[in-house]
Structure formats: structure tokens, C-alpha cells
Design a protein around this ligand. Structure first.
Ligand SMILES: C[S@@+](CC[C@H](N)C(=O)[O-])C[C@H]1O[C@@H](n2cnc3c(N)ncnc32)[C@H](O)[C@@H]1O
Length: 256
């Protein structure tokens, strides 16, 4: 994901929010990008949730000068019924949270929005990535490369004993958000242009797992495959400016 595309999604959410106050805000699956954005809004207070201690540290570092006494970073899992029990938020952001659930509490995806409903008083904004790994082989060179990189990355994650993310399409989100007791107000897609940072991050995240693989011949072959994908992707970015592939989305909803 590029910084620019994140900004476009956040700008769109700001437009949807309009003059309504952000009030008490919940960043339900925090990270460096979302916490920076939330910390820059005129909120009364904010709470940022993550179930990864590393992500909590990175988020804390990212906003250390902007955090007020009433703002909290909470390490917890939405699968835990006690997390933020009884708390209410005027604005809730579930930013790329749904896709990450597979990595931390697989099979919980269907319950996520019902879990967020009791803490949501005002607006719910969901951002996500249209699934691109479990599709048929794409036609364009850029789409095919992103698809191959995604499949390579996920295969390496599984071989290393980790769970890859699992993205969900916007209609699935709309359906589950409605079933959870929200009215959906807006759905919008944003085209993505992946740059060098995306390609390098996807290939580099495979290295620590490959280093620990007992089968060294397999690890070597996968490392070479990753470098070939990196070189091809960076060449194409050089030619076309970006890998134009995939779409992000924003789903905006309110409690019924
Ligand atoms: C892809 S990151 C979010 C990125 C962030 N919203 C941004 O825009 O920078 C996903 C986040 O969701 C959190 N997460 C995933 N599953 C979770 C769960 N079951 N409970 C709580 N947090 C979870 C992860 O720990 C991580 O902080």
C-alpha cells in the first residue's frame, strides 16, 4: 500500500465526516498510518487497538509527540469479549483490520462487525483491499506481477509457520456490516499504483522465514524466485511509473 493511497482514503473519510465532530475515536486495528492520521484529527480522545506488541511499539513511536493524556494504545484481541467492554466511540475506524484478522484470530472475521457494533455510537469507516491473490491469472503484466508476488509471499508465510492475511471483497463487508446492525451509507473504490516500497516490503518480509527453513535447497530456490520477481517488478515500475493493480475500498456505515 502506498502512503499516497492511504492519504486518498483518509481524505475521502474526512469528506464523508463533513462537519460532524470526530468526538471519541477508536482506531480498531491500528498501525503507523492510521494512528498518525487519527492523532492529527480534532478528536476529544482516541483509543488505538492492536493485538501485536510490535505494532503497538511502532504506533507509539509514530505519534509520541502527539499523544495526549486521554489517548490510549491498547494491546488486545477483538476475539476477547472483555476488550473495551462498555466503552462507546463516536467514530470507529476499522482500517485494513479485517484482512489482518486471519493472522491473529482466524475464523473471527464473520463476527468482527457485530463485535464493533456495541462500541460504535456514530460512524463506522471500514477500509480494505479487494482480494487479489485468490483470483484467476490476471491479464495485464502489472496485475500478473502483483498476483505472483502475493502468491509467493503467502506461500513463504505458510512455509515459515505464519498465517498470511486474507482480504475480503467490499460486498462481503457491506453484507456483514448490515447484518451486524449498521446502515451502509457509502462504498467507494480507489485504484492502486504500487511503487518500489511495496515490492521491496513484500519480498523482504519473506527473508526471515526462509532463513529458518530446514530444507536449504528449497529456501535457496525461493530466495532466487523472490529476487527474480523483485527485479521484474522494479523494471516495470521503471517503465510505467507504478504497478497499476488492485483496488482499496472504503465502506461507511452508521448504527441502525
Ligand atoms: C494491517 S494492520 C492495520 C494498519 C493500520 N490501520 C494503518 O492504516 O496503518 C492490522 C492491525 O489489526 C490488528 N489486528 C488484527 N487482528 C486483530 C484482532 N483480532 N484483534 C485486535 N487487533 C487485531 C493488528 O494487530 C494490526 O495492528
Amino acid at each position: 500500500m502506498t502512503e499516497r493511497k492511504h492519504s486518498a482514503l483518509f481524505r475521502y473519510i474526512e469528506r464523508l465526516q463533513g462537519e460532524r465532530p470526530w468526538g471519541a475515536m477508536l482506531d480498531a486495528g491500528t498501525g503507523v498510518n492510521s494512528i498518525r492520521w487519527v492523532a492529527g484529527l480534532a478528536t476529544e480522545r482516541w483509543t488505538a487497538v492492536t493485538c501485536s506488541a510490535g505494532e503497538a511499539d511502532r504506533a507509539r513511536d509514530a505519534i509520541k509527540d502527539a499523544q495526549r493524556p486521554q489517548d490510549r494504545i491498547v494491546l488486545g484481541n477483538w476475539a476477547d469479549a472483555g476488550l473495551l467492554k462498555g466503552e462507546l466511540y463516536d467514530t470507529v475506524l476499522a482500517g485494513y483490520l479485517l484482512g489482518a484478522i486471519e493472522g491473529f484470530s482466524p475464523y473471527f472475521q464473520s463476527y468482527l462487525f457485530a463485535r464493533l457494533r456495541p462500541v460504535t455510537r456514530g460512524a463506522l469507516y471500514v477500509t480494505g483491499l479487494e482480494p487479489y491473490v485468490p483470483t484467476a491469472r490476471p491479464e495485464t503484466r502489472a496485475e500478473r506481477l502483483v498476483w505472483e508476488i502475493g502468491r509467493f509471499r503467502d506461500a513463504c508465510m505458510l512455509l515459515a509457520g505464519n498465517m498470511p492475511y486474507r482480504e475480503y471483497p467490499a460486498p462481503w463487508v457491506v453484507d456483514h456490516v448490515q447484518r451486524a446492525g449498521f446502515t451502509v451509507r457509502n462504498v467507494k473504490h480507489f485504484a492502486i499504483g504500487y511503487k518500489e516500497g511495496f515490492v521491496n516490503a513484500q519480498i523482504d518480509m519473506c527473508a526471515p522465514g526462509l532463513e529458518k527453513l530446514a530444507d536449504r535447497a528449497l529456501a535457496q530456490a525461493l530466495t532466487e524466485r523472490g529476487e527474480a520477481l523483485r527485479a521484474e517488478a522494479l523494471d516495470l515500475i521503471g517503465e510505467e511509473g507504478a504497478l497499476r493493480a488492485c483496488r482499496n475500498y472504503v465502506v461507511a456505515a452508521e448504527p441502525v
